[in-house]
Design a protein around this ligand. Sequence first.
Ligand SMILES: *[C@@H]1O[C@H](CO)[C@@H](O)[C@H](O)[C@H]1NC(C)=O
Ligand SMILES: *[C@@H]1O[C@H](CO)[C@@H](O)[C@H](O)[C@H]1NC(C)=O
Ligand SMILES: *[C@@H]1O[C@H](CO)[C@@H](O)[C@H](O)[C@H]1NC(C)=O
Ligand SMILES: *[C@@H]1O[C@H](CO)[C@@H](O)[C@H](O)[C@H]1NC(C)=O
Ligand SMILES: *[C@@H]1O[C@H](CO)[C@@H](O)[C@H](O)[C@H]1NC(C)=O
Ligand SMILES: *[C@@H]1O[C@H](CO)[C@@H](O)[C@H](O)[C@H]1NC(C)=O
Length: 558
Amino acid sequence: MGYYWSPVVKLLICIIIPLILVSGFISLMGGPNPSNWVSNYQPFSSSGDINTKLRPNSQVSTKELKSKIDGIVEGTAEQAAETEHSVFAAPPLAIQAAVSPVFAPAAKEESILKDMAPNSTDIIAALSLNGTHDPPTRKVKLEKVTTHLDRLEFGLQKARAVIKEPNYTNRTFNDPDFKPVGPLYWNANAFHRSYLEMEKQFKVYVYEEGEAPLFHNGPCKSIYSTEGNFIHLMEIDSKFRTKDPDKAHVFFLPFSVVMMVHYVYRRDSHDFGPIRHTVRDYISVISNKYPYWNRSLAADHFMLSCHDWGPEASFSVPYLKKNSIRVLCNANTSEGFRPRKDVSLPEINLRTGAIDGFVGGPSPSHRSILGFFAGGLHGPIRPILLEHWGNKQDEDLKIYTYLPKGVSYYDMLRSSKFCICPSGYEVASPRVVEAIYTGCVPVLISDHYVPPFSDVLNWKSFSVEVSVKDIPKLKAILANIPMRQYLKMYRRVLQVRTHFEVHSPPKRYDFFHMILHSVWLRRLNCGIIFGYIVFGEEGAKNYCPQERGWKGVEFKFL
Ligand SMILES: *[C@@H]1O[C@H](CO)[C@@H](O)[C@H](O)[C@H]1NC(C)=O
Ligand SMILES: *[C@@H]1O[C@H](CO)[C@@H](O)[C@H](O)[C@H]1NC(C)=O
Ligand SMILES: *[C@@H]1O[C@H](CO)[C@@H](O)[C@H](O)[C@H]1NC(C)=O
Ligand SMILES: *[C@@H]1O[C@H](CO)[C@@H](O)[C@H](O)[C@H]1NC(C)=O
Ligand SMILES: *[C@@H]1O[C@H](CO)[C@@H](O)[C@H](O)[C@H]1NC(C)=O
Ligand SMILES: *[C@@H]1O[C@H](CO)[C@@H](O)[C@H](O)[C@H]1NC(C)=O
């Protein structure tokens, strides 16, 4: 397990001070015994200044709730609104009973939820994602239902309509910064509309519970830098972050798995217990203190991690894995990553913490090397690559475990047409973004990997995918790409760079905003009313059968 550790050790000048403080603390407590340390550590003290609006916990039976929903359906929204405090404002107790966020018995929950599922094509029509399906008649009624959640959902419904509105195709936007164009995007216009809608309304609530170093904190350098950068940028954000949880579309769980591995995992113990314990405690705190986790069964909550063990940490709590939006570098579909619900986070090795001097490279005519890779033999794929192409076996493909003395890694990236990005211990590789930064066309060799932003970006237009079994043919595959095709890909690599750049403060369409946009799309894919997840994968399974036409947004078209 040492290999997981070494990058962690290399990292984090930016947390060196907390590290010193904590190691001092540990030694005061009688030595580095992390299990001691975990049980004595109190990471969840409230920051105190948060205005927690806990709703009245009134008693609501399944029957009452159902009739209330039917009432809305029959157009008596006014009546519904009158009793909003007793019904809509409180998380339905029947759901609460069914749903323990930590130890939920799945079968029981499903039967109760099914029983309570809204049974009305009208609500389907109102929340239908088919934008051409005219919501106006429902619009009036829904507006009279005045819970915060209804308002949010109504806004989201408008956004869905705008995004899917084909008549917007020709409209120009007052967007001086940027206009997505070209085959780089699945649908440049829909993406643009979605992005602008996000800027108009999207709000994120960051739970304030928890303390550094495990919470509200993370590495800003090293291969895990995107974890720390997102957490920090989210904390200081003033545009998308709201301090009022009732105005939030999504809820961010600001814990850092890298920090947990650093501080609560006992090195070489192979024991995830302390990490799971920490995550579980945190969810327990926020789901008891606030109604939001229970309300949506975590479907509007998101976590983020660039650590190899990010997925492992998410397995700590069933709903975290099953329902929440997990933003992960380790986006391995064989390990439960679900592209419709989860978000692939780019892995960016920021050695200095900034991208200055990192971005840019010469034009294609100055790139004499066909393909380049240098790196350790981590994981199952790289040994195959090395076996076939390593150790100067080939003039045009430069594949190294160790670079020759005096040769600069970045110079090699900048002198190459194609940069080989095989998975290592986890599916993501920082080489993908290194290639994009330096103007080298990435060659992805991975199994079960979902590349970042593939909801919006057509990776095939600016990268090459080579399957593991084709590694012996790698040179032929690259050499047979016509010059014209390569030049197109090269130009698109320069174009897509904007979306991978890390800025502080963030800039529009950069890494930070693209991650937010990916989360925004997942939230759009999920309707939450009266405590139900209406669509979204779980919803679709439990109470949105396809034959009724309840479909989530197919955001692949973006
Ligand atoms: C959420 O559900 C859990 C488990 O059923 C319960 O213990 C907790 O009190 C609920 N939270 C709120 C805010 O009602
Ligand atoms: C749902 O609606 C259908 C059609 O109106 C009706 O046949 C069915 O009994 C309803 N189901 C429930 C559980 O009310
Ligand atoms: C959207 O609604 C229109 C009109 O009812 C229908 O023809 C079309 O098939 C629907 N599209 C989808 C994706 O459901
Ligand atoms: C879209 O534009 C066409 C042609 O301009 C028009 O006939 C149609 O009614 C428009 N559809 C909507 C939903 O506005
Ligand atoms: C979109 O623009 C094209 C070319 O400018 C034009 O021919 C077409 O009629 C426009 N479509 C709509 C719906 O306005
Ligand atoms: C992806 O997950 C599968 C199943 O757990 C595993 O066998 C494979 O090694 C993983 N890929 C990487 C690169 O870690």
